[in-house]
Write a protein of this length. Sequence first.
Lengths: 154, 381
Amino acid sequence: MTFTEYLGLVKDAAFTTFKGMGITFKVFAKVQTKGDITIQYPETRDHLPLGSRGLLFNDVDDCISCKQCAAVCPVDCIYIEADKKEAGATADFTKGGVKKTLDLKRFDIDVSLCCYCGLCSSVCPTECLYHTKEYEYSVLDRDKHIMNYMDYKR
Amino acid sequence: MQMDSTENLKETLRTDELLLNMGPQHPSTHGVLRVVVTTDGEIVKEAKPEIGYLHRCFEKHAENSDYIAVSPYVDRLDYLASMNNSMGYAIAVESLLGIEVPRRAEYIRVIISELQRIASHLMSYGTYGLDMGAFTAFMYGFRDREMILDIFEMISGARLLYNYMWIGGTYRDITPEIVQKIKDFLVYFKPKVEEYNNLVTYNQIFVERTRNIGVIDLKTCHTYGLTGVMLRGAGLKWDLRKEHPYSIYKEVEFDVPVGTGQMGTLGDCWDRHIVRMNEMIQSIRIIEQLIDGIPEGPHRAKVGKVIKPPAGEVYSRTECPRGELGFYIISDSTGKPARVRCKSPCFMNIATLNDLSQGVMVADLIATIGSLDIVLGEVDR
């Protein structure tokens, strides 16, 4: 490489860099007039769209213990225990009018295993298991990530 | 006496090769890749990629899951192009089942997977700029990728691992609101590719860093079985969407961009970069042709909750942002696949690293790894 060629490269580099800097300054000017793009998270929160897949919630009053969600779950994080109803017990119905034949004893979901694929909520026949928009549920203890929906409290 | 000490020095001083571990925690290896580099001064003598840090037994998991429950795992192979991956798996199982996907679902699938291709190439563009020392490119690439992720969040409910392409169609239907949002994005994004080319691709410093480096010729491509951008960067016009069109790709018009050796040797890092940039323009073209004519109808074919395909085997391949992704599935007519084999393009791409890095500088090794655009989730599976 001759010295003239080298100088030519330096010139090209400076020229193309200034061309790129022009684009940067355009964006800079836009931010100055239109305001920031960044959302300052804890103070302001982004609006989640309809159907966001956040923390799972099960309405146990509507659950018929069919265990389809547990069967389809790819990571097996749904634990259901249900007994047959005792003879002579009063008939129990969901809000949709489906008769409950089983007595739900346990409905736990290990949220630390859940991969939020949405398969369980899609197979639910009574639509009692669904994703909420909640996403802030970090805890210090791993055991607390097992959600007990029979008496729902964190 | 003087002579004696020089002789002594010559005996005690010696040059030696240096073994250098690059990764697994290294910003420019794009994940948990470890490269064992033998250097002779600044020159790389050997660069052995060590993989397996992200191995998650995908294939074994798939044998123990239902056909439906495999699809969340498929998303996690190439986590930057989940939509394309799950589309590949869905097409494989559909051909095993022999079901027809509704037209509407095909339209949605192609639109979404082309959007995902743009997102993936934007990521590649951004991180490649970062490797070459251009931080601005990274910020711009991520800014625009974020808009695509917002669209995906509206359509599927998740930001990164969507599980959207289901067997027989899609998870949810597309709404007019989302169609409008995609149109707005196309209007916004169309001039951006040109802008990014001016910002990074044609920048002389970037050109000098990437030209004549990591040259992959066609012979290497055939030896290693490289596909996708690697092959097109080497100058061969091969795109599965054109050669063996699946879904509705035979109804849309688009060009296959190839490397031309414009800045240096044919098949160098710069060629691969420009192919990715041009593919984004073609993806925009495909979406523009389809977005106005989405037919009415169901978005999912009638598929039972338990999928039991007849006994048999199928191999299907699709064109992902990183190359040809193949799925080989053997069914024994039970609810679980007997065998799922995934042929990932990234695994082939990373295998060439040792050949490409013979006698280059250490800094050029970074440029080569960046231009391969590997995702370790897909290499290790």
